[in-house]
Design a protein around this ligand. Structure first.
Ligand code: BG6
Length: 468
């Protein structure tokens, strides 16, 4: 493994940052959710007040990179202001300076789902084209204010899901008749990718030395059987869920099968000459592919299904369980080879380096012992197996991988709104003043990083006691 490989972890603002009522931050869709559900998005792990302590913990583990997102509403409280909020800029500059001081490279996502509520109310988020101007203004501010600190930028988190769940960023899909939902999905997705292209183009113009990537949710599907119909169904599934989006982002064009799918669904596509020009612009092309990977799934052709009920895997994916794999307590299949299969295929398609920006095992009700320890062997086991395959991808398959930034490196709120689902190397006590405690995996990951991925074997927990 190259010495420049980035080792670190990953978070997002709405799940980790907190400080929701401070620094003149505006409300995002998650703050509205807080009002309805009492889930404390305005607090979460409170990185806002703990950032020095958290960065010190990252530095202690040996992180060379840390992925975080900017809260759009911290810079533009409603999204439409003419000038940015100074307090918001100052907060992120302080964080970036602290990271730099600790020799940690920030990897920054511009948009991790926390759409300004004002834009939802006024324009229905990405449903409206108007949003592109505001997103471009916000992205440009980020590049101008933070460009001196940030080399790696990601545009929109898991944007390939935008076709499947466009409702995430709009007020209420039920405001639209069912027969318009396919068009609605396309409108939201299309405006979001125009935001992506605008940001990458402007970013390359303003910061010629920086690198810009997208963020793909990868969940590679395998055929449930070797029946050719199942293989074809799987190929189409992967095309629809992952490659269609990456095809557009890398080529600037909608591939013919995607166009056909939209025509079949009665979707009308209005792509202006200006849009075409933007998407074709070499400055608007990504430099690397970043992705999340948690599990794989199996698919099968409808005609081969004995049981028409596909088991729900997780999130949006309907699929079948793979009889050769075990699962996490949340039912997500554990498939370390899957990350390698995804990366090799993505590289052979697009010839761009890969960056792992999410991976890990979410566990509910982790036990904090009386002496404030968490014996998370399952996490060590899960991550060791995935890292092992990433190393093989680089060394044996010769697919370039820039780094490994597993999800929720310090405990944070799950996207599904459950803060008992934890991913971190550091335990956050949400019941007791948000105190931070090092889990066994903390010491293990520190060794992994120090050995550049060579020492993956589990460490003895008595060892952890000695080192604390
Ligand atoms: C990814 C998201 O889809 O999965 C994260 O980018 C999310 O925001 C992560 O937290 C894990 O999902 P969950 O539901 O376990 O939090």
């Amino acid at each position: 493994m190259d010495k420049s490989f980035l080792w670190g972890g990953s978070t997002s603002a709405f799940q980790f940052e907190g400080g929701g009522h401070e620094g003149r931050k505006g409300k995002s869709i998650y703050d509205i959710r807080e009002e309805k559900t009492q889930v404390k998005y305005s607090v979460t792990s409170d990185f806002y007040h703990h950032y020095k302590e958290d960065i010190a913990l990252m530095a202690e583990m040996g992180f060379s990179a840390f992925r975080m997102s900017i809260a759009w509403t911290r810079l533009y409280p409603t999204g439409v202001e003419e000038t940015p909020n100074f307090e918001g800029i100052k907060f992120y500059q302080d964080v970036f300076q602290e990271l730099k001081k600790n020799k940690i490279e920030p990897v920054v996502t511009l948009f991790h789902w926390d759409m300004p509520q004002y834009l939802v109310e006024k324009y229905d988020g990405f449903k409206s084209r108007e949003i592109i101007t505001y997103f471009e203004r916000y992205a440009e501010t980020c590049f101008k204010e933070f460009g001196q600190y940030v080399k790696y930028w990601l545009t929109l988190n898991e944007n390939n899901l935008a076709m499947m769940i466009p409702w995430m960023y709009i007020k209420d899909k039920n405001n639209y008749p069912k027969e318009e939902h396919a068009q609605l999905a396309w409108d939201c997705y299309y405006h979001s990718i125009l935001c992506h292209f605008k940001a990458v183009k402007r970013g390359h113009e303003l910061l010629p030395d920086a690198k810009f990537g997208n963020m793909t949710a990868s969940a590679i599907a395998y055929p449930l059987t070797p029946k050719p119909e199942d293989v074809l169904a799987t190929q189409k599934h992967n095309q629809r869920t992952m490659w269609d989006d990456l095809d557009i982002l890398t080529s600037g064009e909608i591939n013919p099968s995607f166009k056909q799918r939209m025509a079949d669904e009665g979707v009308v596509i209005n792509i202006s000459d200006e849009d075409r020009e933007l998407m074709a612009d070499s400055n608007a092309k990504i430099d690397f592919i970043s992705f999340s990977y948690y599990f794989s799934l199996c698919t099968q052709a409808a005609e081969n299904r004995n049981n028409s009920e596909a088991e729900t895997m997780q999130m949006l994916y309907q699929g079948f369980y793979n009889p050769y794999l075990s699962r996490t307590s949340f039912g997500w299949q554990i498939d370390p080879l899957g990350i390698r299969i995804f990366m090799n295929e993505a590289y052979s398609r697009y010839h761009l380096p890969l960056l792992v920006v999410e991976n890990g095992i979410g566990v509910e009700d982790e036990v904090l012992t009386k002496d404030k320890r968490v014996h998370d062997d399952y996490r060590i086991d899960y991550l060791a197996k995935h890292i092992h395959q990433i190393i093989k991808t680089v060394d044996e398959d010769k697919t370039p991988v820039l780094g490994f930034l597993p999800w929720g490196c310090i405990d944070l709120y799950s996207a599904s709104g459950n803060y008992n689902k934890r991913y971190g190397f550091v335990y956050v006590d949400f019941e007791d003043d948000l105190a931070r405690y090092k889990k066994d995996s903390f010491w293990w990951y520190k060794k992994v990083i120090a050995s550049n991925g060579k020492e993956l074997e589990k460490i003895d927990s008595t060892d952890c006691n000695k080192q604390s």
